[in-house]
Ligand binder design. Structure first.
Ligand code: GRF
Length: 203
């Protein structure tokens, strides 16, 4: 089974997925890493692991529609079992979503539906929550609104800054993202409307 990962930045989630495929924990292989940003550190991580990369530099396209058409063309050619957004800083367009329904995953650094969108960790600190965390969910047309697969809580310490909270959440992100990808590829996820159940329960 092949996995395509979409990135824009530093790629620590990509690295976790690379490690988990190499160790055999995730029963699949990353066939392509696509970045919308030519200088993403994630590209170097992929190259080091001998994974093919493709830069779709958003700025070099004449608009969102043309960019999405090209993304769709590439994705159709790859025909991945799962597409993982890993720090990919764009909203995926309708056409791509409808072609890969329930095959696109995202990781978000809050316990959704709290704090969707950008700067989730900052939003959590400013709100004053005592527990935050991360969420792996299917991508739908909304902003961080798709059916939730896994969540992990992280306690917010009084001394936490955006940086320290982000770091604590990131460690959990790496765990639950790999776990969710494994479950999807093992066909253990049953989706009914908004609810995602795991065959045999979550281990
Ligand atoms: C993570 O916090 C992820 O939850 C969010 O963007 C960040 C990406 O980090 N969507 P990285 O590029 O995987 O290191």
């Amino acid at each position: 089974k092949n996995i395509v990962v979409l990135v824009s930045g530093r790629g620590t989630n990509l690295q976790a997925i690379i490690d988990a495929t190499q160790s055999g924990y995730i029963p699949g292989k990353i066939s392509l890493v696509i970045s919308d940003c030519p200088d993403a550190l994630a590209l170097i991580r992929a190259q080091k692991a001998n994974i093919p990369t493709l830069i779709l530099d958003f700025k070099s396209f004449s608009g969102k529609k043309v960019y999405e058409d090209e993304l769709l063309r590439v994705l159709k050619k790859e025909n991945p079992s799962v597409i993982c957004l890993a720090g990919y800083m764009r909203i995926v367009g309708k056409t791509v979503i409808s072609q890969f329904y329930h095959r696109i995953l995202n990781i978000h650094p809050s316990l959704l539906p709290a704090f969707p969108g950008l700067d989730a960790q900052k939003q959590a600190l400013e709100y004053g929550v005592k527990v935050s965390g991360c969420t792996v969910h299917f991508v739908d047309e909304g902003m961080d609104t798709g059916p939730i697969i896994l969540q992990a809580p992280v306690l917010v310490k009084e001394t936490d800054t955006v940086e320290t909270l982000s770091q604590s959440i990131l460690e959990k992100e790496h765990e639950i993202y790999c776990q969710a990808i494994k479950m999807l590829l093992e066909e253990k996820l049953m989706i009914q409307g908004r609810t995602v159940r795991v065959k045999g329960g979550i281990k």
